[in-house]
Structure formats: C-alpha cells, structure tokens
Design a protein around this ligand. Structure first.
Ligand code: SF4
Length: 299
C-alpha cells in the first residue's frame, strides 16, 4: 500500500513506536556512516549548522527522471547540509555552505502541504539523511493534515541501516547514489570512510524490501532506483559500480547520470567533461551485461 504513511497514521501503536525510534536516532546520531553518536538536541554535527530542519528550497522540479517529474513536476525539498563533503558537489552552496532557512516541524509540515497544493506528483526529499527523524515527524503531521502523495528519498547512499530502519516505514521510492566502490576514492573525493560497505548494505536492504518497482501511468509509486553520476576523471569507477550492481541483482533499476560539471573545489578544472562517446560506451557495457532497467540521459 502506498503512500506508506497513509496506513501508518491509522496504526497508533506502530506510529508511537516509530516516534520513539526517531527520538533515539536523534539523541545518539548514527544516521550516516560518520556515526558521530552525538545528541542532536544538544550539538550540531559536521553535516549541518542547525539543530532544526533546514531547507534551501521547496520547488516544483521538472528536471528529474520522467517517472519522477512526470508532466506536473516533482515536489523537491532541497535540505541544507550533507554528511558528505564531495569536492565536486554540484549543489555546494546548499550542501557545504549550509544556505537555507531553519524550520520548526510545524513550519516544515505547512510547506509540504503547500507543495502538494501545487499539483506535484510526489514529495522528493533531496539529501535528508542527516535529518530523517525530524523529516519523519513532519511527514506524519502533514499526513494528518491531508498529505497523500508518495515520498521519494534521494540520498548519497551513505545512510546506515539504523537510519533505514526508520526510512523503510515511510519512504515509498528510494533514490540512493552508488558513488564509488573503492573506499579510497570515497575518502579522496568525499572525505568519508567505509562508504562501500555502508552503501552496499543499504542497497541490498532496500532491494530486499522492494524486489520490483511499481509504476502507475508511467509514474513510479514504489521501489528502488539507483543513481550513479559518471565522473569523467574516474571512468573505471563507473564500470566497477556497474559490475557490483549486476552482481547484487541485475534487475535493479539504474539511472546513469552524465551531467557532471566541475564545481566547488574542482571549479577550476574546466576541461572536465564527460564526452558522449564515453557515455555511450558505458551504456553499451550495461546492455551487453543484460542489465535492462536503465534510465539514461539525453545529451
Ligand atoms: S548525520 Fe552523520 S555527520 Fe551528521 S551528526 Fe549524524 S552521524 Fe554525524
């Protein structure tokens, strides 16, 4: 049944258990693989300069993949902060410089309802890993006020299984990145450790819960879509990512993104661009390996 939270708000006992879980996750934070174990009520972590939800924008977004944006747009919520520090971050003012506005849970709830009123197909949470417990509470309140569209969760794929134990209860469609297979690259480009294990454990858990995607009228309603941004300076990494995903389950859906541009700490490397020959070669490799559920980008 989806959206999942519609069923959840009818089950008060389960809902209270999950609110307790959200509180525990917030009071000793292991939402991402950095596992700071701090009480987020008292301290901020390296991922955000606030103890509240902080959002850069609520926007109707037409630039996601067609089953997400459709013809009415996705209801994107761009959260400030991030648990990664990618040196090429394409959204760095929001993720690394924490541009945005702090919101109470009630204010967040109101914004979600306003976004739904614009006619969007879904609520697309963009990089909410470090805020899951508060976001969960906001969505539950919004559901009680009439929110009734699917929740999409777009993350860097560095969410721990502890975080996923809450996410799986209210997220309908997961859009995690698989950025790297090699932990050395994760350290070098994103300043994080143990990315591979945390990321692959997460992918396997989501895939187990969502063996098949559900679509209605071309729009995704439930499931898993893995995103991978091809880095023009680490093409071998992309092939390793594809191999790993085929090894887990070649029927998973993969979105291969070609929109890298040199930003943030790589902004001066203006020559970095993915050429179409290289991108097409990657797509051929995917087809040759019988991975059929693939979303690609136009040039
Ligand atoms: S989300 Fe990650 S980086 Fe932020 S406080 Fe929690 S464990 Fe630390």
């Amino acid at each position: 049944m989806y959206p999942k939270y519609i069923e959840l708000i009818k089950d008060k006992k389960r809902l209270n258990e999950l609110i307790d879980l959200a509180d525990r996750l917030w009071e000793s934070c292991e939402l991402c693989g950095r596992r700071c174990r701090i009480d987020r009520n008292k301290k901020t972590g390296p991922c955000l300069d606030s103890k509240d939800i902080k959002v850069a924008s609520f926007a109707v977004h037409n630039g996601e993949e067609p089953p997400i944006s459709g013809n009415k747009g996705a209801g994107n919520v761009f959260f400030s902060g991030c648990s990664l520090n990618c040196e090429f971050c394409q959204n760095y003012p929001i993720s690394q410089l924490f541009v945005g506005n702090e919101l109470s849970i009630d204010e967040f709830t109101e914004k979600l309802i306003k976004l739904q009123k614009k006619g969007v197909h879904n609520i697309n949470l963009v990089t909410a890993t470090h805020l899951t417990p508060l976001v969960f509470k906001g969505i539950i309140k919004a559901a009680e006020l009439g929110l009734n569209i699917p929740i999409i969760y777009n993350s860097s794929g560095y969410d721990t299984l502890q975080n996923y134990s809450l996410l799986r209860e209210f997220v309908d469609v997961f859009l995690p990145d698989v950025k790297y297979i090699d932990d050395g690259l994760a350290k070098k480009y994103s300043n994080i450790k143990d990315y591979n294990k945390i990321n692959i454990d997460l992918i396997k858990a989501i895939n187990k819960d969502n063996p098949e995607n559900i679509y209605e009228d071309g729009m995704i309603k439930k499931g898993l879509v893995i995103r991978h941004l091809v880095l023009p300076f680490e093409i071998d990494n992309t092939y390793k990512v594809i191999d790993e995903l085929i090894n887990i389950d070649k029927d998973m859906t993969l979105s291969v993104m070609n929109q890298y541009f040199p930003a943030f700490n790589r902004a001066e490397k203006t020559a970095e661009k993915l050429d179409s020959i290289c991108y097409n070669r990657i797509l051929d490799y995917i087809v040759d390996n019988n991975m059929e559920n693939v979303w690609i980008q136009e040039e």
